[in-house]
Design a protein around this ligand. Sequence first.
Ligand code: NI
Ligand code: MN
Length: 225
Amino acid sequence: MRLMYVGHSAMYFEGEVKILIDPFITGNPWVKQKQYDFSPDYIFLSHGHGDHLGDAIDFAKRSGATIIAPYELATWCSWQDVLTHPMHIGGKYQFPFGWVKLVNAIHGSGLITKHEIHYMGHPCGFLWESEGKRFYYAGDTALTYDMKLLKDYSIDYAFLPIGGNFTMDVEDALKAAEMIRPKTVMPVHYNTFEVIEASPEEFVKKIKDRGMEGLYVKPGEEQEL
Ligand code: NI
Ligand code: MN
């Protein structure tokens, strides 16, 4: 399968199934003139913050994709007349392409409009299997001891935020990787805004020093997985 990394936490997996995650396109500083004509079958949403919910509703309407998200966020999406499959933390479900499990993330999830914060439930990370590979998308999260539980899943690819301020920084993401022990780690959620400056090169080097594969896909670039 092919991974297209938009930048920030937005990514698109194109294989037997097409999965779009946290599609922050409009207003994303990483997105220049490039048009993204993604046609996902499923859209995973980790939480309600604008830099993750992004253009999810537009993509879902255009492609008829099903949004998979924590119950409150999925319910709000269903009110925008798109297909949804609500789940919640700890829940696992077998989809036609493979299983998906929602796991804990330590973060917020409020959707913020002018002077109003709309409750969107608990944020999550995604664990899933497709085409015989296992993936962990951490979403926005602090380092949490719960990550120790993920080691048992023999994860092939882990996507971890490294930018700090709102999420783990490089130091904490390295500790997370040590707990999870995936085959390959790819850094996300860095250098989009001034307050989340981090070096993906330095992170990837340190991941390799710890005996894992470090995968640095530059925003706007693609990678075969
Ligand atoms: Ni967030
Ligand atoms: Mn974020």
